[in-house]
Structures are given as C-alpha cells and as structure tokens.
Design a protein around this ligand. Structure first.
Ligand code: PMP
Length: 359
C-alpha cells in the first residue's frame, strides 16, 4: 500500500494514526462487541464518544462556559442561512465583509433574509487582499458582522480578529479552525465544516455565544434553530454518529501533537517553506498580498499556463495529488491542513524545483 500526499481542499488528508485507529476499532469498539457505525446514538457507548469529543474540542479551543457547541448537518452552507434565521433578532440588516468566493456565497444566502450591507470588499483586487480596517463601514444598527477567516479558493487568510465595536462577530472558520490559536471570546458565532481540519465531511461545528441563542422566530424549522439544537445536545435528529466519532479521533490526535499552539508552529513552518519556494522561482507565483497569505491553502500559477496539464499529471505520477486550483480561478492550489505532514510539503517543493529545472 502506498499512500499519496493529497493536497485536496476538502475532504482532505486525515492523520494516518486516526485512520489506523478507526480501522482497528471498526468491528469492535472498545469491547462493546459492535462497530460505532451500528451504535444507537442514545446508548451509553455513543454518549461517551460524543461527550469526550465535545470536551476535547472545548479544551483545544479554550471555549468559555458562556458558549454552546453544536454539531450539525448541512455544512457551512446551511449556516449561511441559519445565521440570519437565528440572530437577526428583529433587525433588518447585517454587515458582511467580502474577501472571496465563500464570503460571496454567504452574502447571497443572507440576502434572502435581510438587507446585506457590504462593510468592505476586496473584489477590486480579484480577492488577493483584505481591505484595511479603517476602510470598513460598520453599521452598529446591523444585527451582526460576518467574515470568512480563510478564503479556501483564493488563499486569503486574516492574521488577526477584526475589531467591530458592539456588533456580534460571526466567522466562517471552515478552512482554518484549529490551525492557529484564537480568542473565542471575541466572537458571537464561529462555524466550520469538519472536512478540512477536523475529520471527514458531514458535521458542522457551530460555537454560539449564549446571548445569541433563543432569538429565532417560531417559523424557523426546529433542526435549524440553535436553541432547540442546544437543548437537545445536537440530537434533535439522529446525528452523523460515525463522523462525530472520527472528529473525536482527530481531536485526540491533535491533543497528542501538543494542541493548537503546537500545530500552529508547524503550519507556519510548512507554509513558510512553500511560499519561499514559490517566491524564489521564476516559474511559479502567488498573487496574494504578503500579510494575508493563507497558511492552509496556497494557490500558485505557472508563468506559462500551457504547462499546467503536464505539471498536474507529472505531480500525480509522483504521488502529489489534487493540486489543480478551484475551477473558478484555475492554476494550482496546495491545501496543507493540519494533517499534511511536513514531508508532504517538502516532496511538493522538491517536485516543483525539478519541474522548473526541466521545463
Ligand atoms: N466556507 C468555506 C470557507 C469553505 O471552504 C467551504 C467549503 N469548501 C464552505 C464554506 C462550504 O462548506 P460546505 O460544503 O461544507 O457547506
């Protein structure tokens, strides 16, 4: 068996130790005589798995007591709608910062429920920058401000948490949660799909400050209602049990690696190397402003786009998979989440250098 280095933006690589543990426990989870796949979500075994998983997430992110942690379905995409549905609280508008494709999707969905006020946009730079804080238009009468901490497609990441006055700060952290330390107290809501840094696809982590729970009008469907989900421990409907279990294994792995601060140092190291290789080359380039280059998703283009196909097929032959950029932007993209070993980044850099030498 030869495992490749998979640079997919998500679903993406999982730690090998996690896959091996899941394999080992597949038929008989800890002498229960059954697979996690077969367990009742209300039974004692699964309840123990769920509780440990939630506590590990609380510990890893230092989530304060005045927040509820929900594990929902429908992806980050469902949150695009659930956020305005749950926290407009009678207000007619919400502020959004547009830094790329995922912000744009969130804005489009929110527009079904309220007036969206664009606080700032980097569309004029083709989403290669983040508008300066002093240019943001913050309407303190809006219900909240939403931003995307890492734009997965454009490779643009906030290196700070924005100051937004008294507005509840709502963040789509899908592609950089658990990759860097962050002060949860600064946020009203953080949400993230699991399929990048936390496990397989199928679960969305939603961290909601308590004062934002219970504001939804009665017309909001029960499964979309934060208060009802919080009250039932995210088991209003049958949860994605096996995905919760795998998420738990990833969190245990991360604790074993030294937690978020330790993995952040590795992420800085991995991304730093790859950007250095790109910047030093005359074949590859990355268009993103230095201060907001993503540590997780690193897009790059070849000076001669006619070499793209050959680059991708040779990379694939060398065990470096899924390096094509998103179909909307083209070029290449290396997604190097927590589970991508440094050796994978080294292998990519070596391959890129060799390709440049021979082309
Ligand atoms: N937001 C961001 C930043 C993403 O990267 C993605 C998925 N790539 C989404 C939202 C949408 O997530 P999902 O497909 O889980 O709904």
């Amino acid at each position: 068996m030869a495992r490749i280095y998979n640079f997919s933006a998500g679903p993406s690589m999982l730690p090998e130790a996690v896959l091996l543990k899941a394999q080992q426990e597949m038929l008989d989870w800890q002498d229960s005589g059954m697979s996690v796949l077969e367990m009742s979500h209300r039974g004692k075994y699964f309840m123990a798995i769920a509780e440990a998983m939630k506590n590990d997430l609380i510990e890893l992110l230092s989530i304060p007591e005045n927040y509820k942690v929900l594990f929902l379905q429908g992806g980050a995409t469902a949150q695009f709608a659930m956020i305005p549905q749950n926290i407009l609280n009678g207000k007619s508008s919400a502020c959004y910062v547009n830094t790329g494709a995922w912000s744009t999707s969130a804005i489009k969905e929110a527009g079904k429920y309220c007036e969206v006020k664009i606080a700032a946009s980097s569309e004029d730079t083709a989403y290669t920058s983040i508008p300066k804080a002093e240019q943001w238009l913050l309407d303190q009468d809006a219900a909240y401000l939403h931003y995307t901490s890492n734009e997965t497609i454009h490779g643009v990441e906030f290196n700070h948490v924005p100051e937004v006055g008294n507005l509840p700060l709502v963040c789509d952290m899908s592609s950089n949660i658990l990759s860097r330390t962050v002060d949860i107290n600064r946020f009203g809501i953080i949400y993230a799909g699991t399929q990048k840094n936390m496990g397989p696809a199928g679960v969305t982590v939603v961290i909601v400050r308590e004062d934002l729970i219970g504001l939804a009008p009665k017309s909001v469907p029960s499964v979309f209602n934060y208060a009802q989900q919080a009250k039932s421990d995210s088991m209003l409907n049958t949860p994605a049990t096996y995905n919760w279990y795998l998420l738990g294994l990833v969190l245990q792995w991360l604790k074993g690696e030294g937690g978020v601060a330790a993995i952040e140092q590795r992420n800085i190291q991995k991304a730093g190397k790859l950007y250095q290789a790109i910047d030093q080359s005359s074949l590859y380039s990355n268009p993103v402003a230095l201060e907001c280059r993503s540590r997780m998703n690193i897009p790059f283009v070849l000076a001669d786009a006619s070499l793209d196909k050959e680059f991708l097929s040779l990379a694939e032959k060398n065990g470096l998979s899924t390096l094509a950029g998103h179909r909307s932007v083209g070029g290449m993209r290396a997604s190097i989440y927590n589970a991508m070993p440094e050796a994978g980044v080294d292998a990519l850099i070596a391959f890129m250098a060799e390709f440049e030498r021979t082309h």
